[in-house]
Design a protein around this ligand. Structure first.
Ligand code: ADE
Ligand code: ZN
Length: 337
């Protein structure tokens, strides 16, 4: 296979950092707005897409939360998730770990049950009809209080078997991990794994906090870790996975240009780095687009791409037997360059 883009497309892949609300394509948003009798602020898909110009994380979050306002019924959450799974299939994603933000919905009066049952039903269909395995990660919104996070954790307990881990997302600046130390401790007591966004817009201290206080299994983003050599050493020694999102970093101006992206250095430092799409409907591309863009910008080799995909499976929350099956499948795609 001579074209690296074809190689990327051909690889069976895992995705570990995907906000289901961030896969909400404008076309579906308008369809659901109509179905639910809700008026969007924009008059057309084109106008809405034009508004996707961000200078920082908060610009994006404002539009992202506004978009969720049309998600009302269980069927809406099903359709949202199913649309992503179809995209996942096109991208040759065989395993995906999806984050959802229950508080973006319960704060508008939508029941927790409505959200999770719609998402979960689509994930079951995704497995049966598309052959895609999945895990669900419930993220707390860090701009909301600890008390609200605790309330969400308690609400999730009847659905514990549908949720693999809890996470932490939304505005990083001003909301450090220590604010959620107790709620994460409780979540771990209940048997949930933990992940957290850290070092996206915030300093390396937030990555330390996620590791030492929240006891995370993975860091979402982790870009600013590269500013702290001691942290790099710890991440490498412990092989803590970083779920990096190139097009997100570009669109949110975490990096000025993809050619300045730290991913290649992360690989050289032997970090367990993975590539993900974050909020693909807003950032201009799904998983293959992220791989193609970063491979071109950093002149990645096939073996580096293979390593990145391999890392994603290894960093997943899959049980050992399923993991081995996927790694065996992937090993058929190993290259020598
Ligand atoms: N929620 C959705 N996408 C996010 C991101 N990239 N960072 C923080 N919170 C988010
Ligand atoms: Zn994210």
């Amino acid at each position: 296979m001579d074209n690296i883009n074809d190689y990327i497309k051909s690889l069976p892949k895992a995705e570990l950092h995907l906000h289901i609300e961030g896969s909400f394509e404008p076309e579906l948003m308008f369809k659901l707005a109509k179905r639910n009798g809700i008026q969007l602020e924009y008059t057309s898909v084109e106008e809405l897409r034009k508004a996707y110009q961000f200078t920082k994380l908060q610009d994006f979050l404002n539009i992202y939360y506004a978009g969720t306002s049309v998600l009302i019924q269980e069927l809406d959450f099903y359709d949202l998730t199913w649309d992503y799974l179809l995209k996942a299939k096109e991208n040759n994603i065989v395993h995906t770990e999806i984050m959802f933000d229950p508080q973006a919905h319960t704060s508008r009066g939508v029941l927790f049950r409505t959200v999770i049952e719609g998402i979960n039903r689509a994930l079951i269909d995704g497995h049966e009809k598309l052959g895609i395995s999945s895990k669900l990660i419930m993220s707390f919104l860090r701009h909301l209080s600890e008390e609200e996070a605790f309330k969400t954790l308690e609400e999730s307990l009847p659905y514990h078997d549908m949720i693999a881990a809890v996470g932490l997302d939304s505005s990083e600046k001003g909301y450090p991990p220590e604010l959620f130390e107790r709620v994460f401790a409780k979540a771990r007591e209940y048997g949930f794994l933990t992940v957290a966004h850290a070092g996206e817009e915030g300093p390396p201290e937030n990555v330390w906090g996620a590791l030492d206080l929240l006891h995370v299994s993975r860091i979402d983003h982790g870009n600013s870790s590269m500013l702290d050599n001691d942290l790099i050493d710890v991440l490498a020694a412990l092989q803590v996975p970083l779920t990096v999102c190139p097009l997100s970093n570009l669109r949110l101006k975490v990096v000025e240009d993809l050619s300045n992206h730290p991913l290649k250095t992360m690989l050289e430092k032997k970090l367990r780095v993975t590539v993900n799409s974050d909020d693909p409907a807003y950032f201009g591309g799904y998983l293959n687009d992220n791989f193609v863009a970063i491979a071109e910008a950093l002149s990645l080799t096939r073996s580096e791409i293979f390593q990145l995909v391999y890392n994603s499976f290894e960093a997943s929350f899959l049980p050992e037997i399923t993991l081995q099956n996927y790694l065996n499948l992937l090993n058929g795609y190993q290259t020598s360059d």
